[in-house]
Design a protein around this ligand. Structure first.
Ligand code: BGC
Length: 755
């Protein structure tokens, strides 16, 4: 470091110390002026019902409450003009003029909707993911939002759970990297800057482990599993500086997360050093009554004492905390502490300097849905697609072919954005039919619906809560099928766009059967029977069970729900303008009976045979192999990659040493392409049973046709560590095995010793 750099660092530290000091003084002065009612008011988060009401309650008399200083923040309000109205009431008409936090669920893009998070994660491209979050922040802040209820970092190993769509999948290592990238993208370096917003890590904690994959269900888990497998992404997000945390609906060790002192204070604040504020989920405070923890006053006091700072929608804090204070059930200090944390978030967002800082009416037109953003959304979508199969090189398709475009999702605008896109605009989404025509204007494309997403009207009604996603046709299933098969027979190639409607995954959208609905299975069978080459474009918000389709002589491109540029991005990949590079971030089971199934599963004391055969008195099934249908990390390319010559730079290391693995990756196919090189680690001997193998590193590389590259992935001392039986983060001496390859079945391996 030279002299100039040193001076710069000293000055920065001095001034940041000064501003922190100033912040503390100003907030303490404000707290002095506040009545107890006003402090409690800051702990109250309301929604006037403009967004998605995910519970039965929508706030009433919001305006009067803001005037009375009884509201700390709002969500479900957007647009500079509307937010200004609310902010002016708070600033000009409440006694102390404290500005409001304006929250929103910007889960995968604001108006420029990009792929659902499970899809985005499949890109394994941290730089792009950070850019996506930056774009979301730029658009949302242009519309007056200063607080985002994202990233959702719940590890999910049960695809029956519909909210697997909202996270990064099953793996704590990848999940942590993605969590960090998203926090960086939303918050940038300065929360008061006009393009940044507060992140909110959710749902703390373990929400992805709800029993039987049924949403809002109970969770029960050992501490070692928690620390090693489920908590890392939350911690990574906190370490990356996430300003706020949202609790989860489930219980942890028998206490609902929203009132769980161990979780919110012991772990989050004391062990992890989190200094921001904690908000409940939608009425999750009130739901503690139904969990069996007491009446509203009791659960509100319990939650405050546990470390909850803000109550979303339920008004338990607002209506009971004063009484609890008078009865000695909570202390003024506890209320003040929670209030201070909320005020600090407002302070670091710059709202005390200028409450209208995110309310420039010129910004929406300038910053939202720009050409640049739509291009990025298109790029993100192409990177999220996973090629699951490509029999006979059906894909890519030449642009001059006669194409039969078939399927209930082929011309369906309302199913392109995906779940949890309340800020997006369905009408702007590009359908697959439009996308193919845009990208290949000379192709001859004809469309037939072929089948309903499902023929089950009751199921459709349940899915259609936010509007029609499953549109059951007035024609009979037989006549639709016949039309589609006739079209297929007169075409060169069939593209069948099938799978789940958007709201078949997401919140409160658990499924016990995660196969493609029967109506569409019949269509797929008939199309394959036509003898024409068939490419399935599969949409879903979760891994599906597709053993039958996976066995067919077809191509399968998994596209999740790709967002506003859906059709264009799908066409880019179908026609080979982009060679797919996505890799699965959650294992695809053979059937639901295998769930939970994930790549880091333990070997057990009686490992089942690796070749899928059955052996009595081993850990296996009578009816299916232990292996999944498609493993974690899997994804094909139009080209072919060969891995060779894996070597380690050391044979033995000490506990503070790093070790590097280098492998030669060669593109031996006919296309340029990107590959996600993955490193898995097995800890062969340790004090608590280790996972079989765990992802510990990856690198995404671009290889021209015929090109070879040396790819090096380095393991740090922390990568060898785990939480032991005493929950200490340690590495233990002994043998480790490194595997490097294209997915979690990576075969090349080398061994090293940790002294
Ligand atoms: C969801 C949260 C969301 C909140 C506010 C809840 O139902 O669980 O993820 O942030 O609603 O919309």
């Amino acid at each position: 470091m030279n002299h100039k750099e040193l001076v710069f660092i000293i000055l920065t530290l001095f001034f940041s110390g000064l501003s922190a000091q100033q912040r503390i003084v100003e907030i303490e002065e404000l707290l002095q002026k506040m009545t107890i009612e006003e402090k409690i008011g800051q702990l109250n988060l309301l929604t006037p019902g403009g967004g998605v009401a995910t519970g039965s309650v929508v706030s009433e008399n919001v305006e009067a409450k803001i005037k009375a200083g009884k509201v700390g923040g709002l969500f479900g309000v957007a647009g500079p003009d509307k937010v200004r109205v609310a902010q002016e009431i708070a600033v000009k008409q409440s006694r102390l003029g404290i500005p409001l936090l304006i929250g929103s669920d910007v889960i995968h893009g604001y108006k420029t909707t990009y792929p659902i998070p499970l899809g985005l994660a499949s890109s394994w491209d941290l730089e792009l993911i950070e850019k996506a979050a930056q774009m979301a922040a730029k658009e949302a802040t242009a519309d007056g939002i200063n607080w985002n209820f994202s990233p959702m970092v719940d590890i999910a190993r049960d695809p029956r759970w519909g909210r697997i769509a909202e996270g990064a999948g099953e793996d704590p290592y990848l999940g942590s990297k993605i969590a960090e990238a998203m926090v960086r993208g939303y918050q940038g370096g300065d929360l008061a800057a006009e393009h940044t917003m507060l992140a909110c890590v959710k749902h703390f904690a373990l929400y992805g482990a709800v029993e039987a994959g049924r949403d809002y269900n109970s969770v029960d888990m050992s501490k070692v599993k928690m620390y090693n497998q489920y908590l890392p992404p939350y911690k990574a997000a906190i370490d990356a500086g996430a300003a706020t945390v949202m609790t989860s609906f489930n219980d942890v060790d028998g206490v609902p997360a929203t009132g769980n002192k161990w979780l919110l204070t012991e772990l989050l604040r004391n062990q992890w050093g989190f200094g921001g504020f904690v908000v409940s989920d939608y009425t999750s405070l009130n739901e503690m009554i139904s969990h069996g923890l007491g009446d509203l006053q009791a659960v509100s006091a319990l939650a405050l004492k546990a470390g909850l700072d803000m109550d979303m929608v339920g008004e338990g804090f607002l209506t009971t905390l004063k009484k609890s204070l008078e009865e000695g059930k909570v202390t003024e200090e506890e209320i003040t502490n929670a209030c201070r944390r909320v005020l600090e978030a407002k302070y670091i967002s710059g709202l005390f300097d200028d409450p209208y800082r995110y309310l420039d009416t010129k910004r929406p037109a300038r910053d939202i849905l720009t050409k640049e953003h739509r291009n990025l959304a298109r790029k993100l979508a192409t990177r999220s697609f996973v090629l699951l199969k490509n029999e006979n090189g059906i894909l890519p398709i030449q642009k001059n072919k006669k194409i039969a475009l078939i399927g209930p999702l082929a011309d369906s605008r309302e199913n392109m954005l995906g779940t949890w896109a309340p800020t997006g605009d369905l009408s702007l989404a590009v359908t697959v039919l439009e996308g193919l025509k845009n990208v290949a204007p000379n192709a001859r494309i004809e469309y037939a619906k072929g089948a309903n997403i499902t023929d089950d009207e009751e199921f459709a009604k349940r899915v259609n809560v936010f509007g029609t996603r499953i549109d059951i046709d007035s024609r009979s299933p037989e006549s639709m099928l016949e039309e589609a098969v006739d079209l297929a027979k007169t075409s060169d190639v069939v593209i069948a766009v099938v799978g789940e409607a958007t709201e078949m995954s997401g919140e409160s959208s658990s499924r016990s059967d995660i196969s493609i609905p029967e109506s569409q299975k019949k269509l797929i069978r008939a199309l394959v029977a036509s003898g024409k080459p068939v490419a399935l474009v599969l949409m879903s918000g979760r891994p599906l069970t597709i053993p039958e389709e996976f066995d067919m002589p077809v191509a399968i491109l998994q596209v999740w729900h790709p967002g506003v540029e859906a059709g264009n991005a799908i066409a880019d990949v179908i026609f080979g303008d982009y060679n797919p590079s996505g890799k699965l971030t959650a294992t695809w089971p053979r059937n639901v009976g295998q769930i939970p199934i994930y790549h880091s599963i333990k070997t057990t004391g009686r490992p089942g045979p690796l070749d899928g055969t059955f052996e009595k008195f081993k850990s296996n099934y009578l009816d299916v192999p232990n292996t999944p249908l498609i493993p974690f990390g899997y994804g094909l390319s139009y080209t072919e990659f060969k891995y060779s010559n894996l070597r380690l730079d050391k044979e033995t290391i000490g506990p503070n040493d790093s070790i590097s693995a280098t492998v030669t990756v060669s593109n031996i196919g006919k296309f340029d392409g990107e590959e996600v090189v993955q490193l898995y680690l097995s800890d062969m001997v340790r004090s608590i049973t280790p996972p079989g193998r765990q992802l510990k590193g990856f690198a995404k590389v671009m290889l021209k046709k015929g090109e070879s590259k040396e790819v090096t992935i380095t393991l740090s001392p922390d990568d060898l560590k785990f939480y032991n039986g005493q929950l200490e983060f340690v590495s233990e001496p002994g043998e480790f095995k490194v595997f490097v390859g294209p997915n979690s079945d990576a075969q090349l391996s080398k061994t090293f010793m940790l002294k």
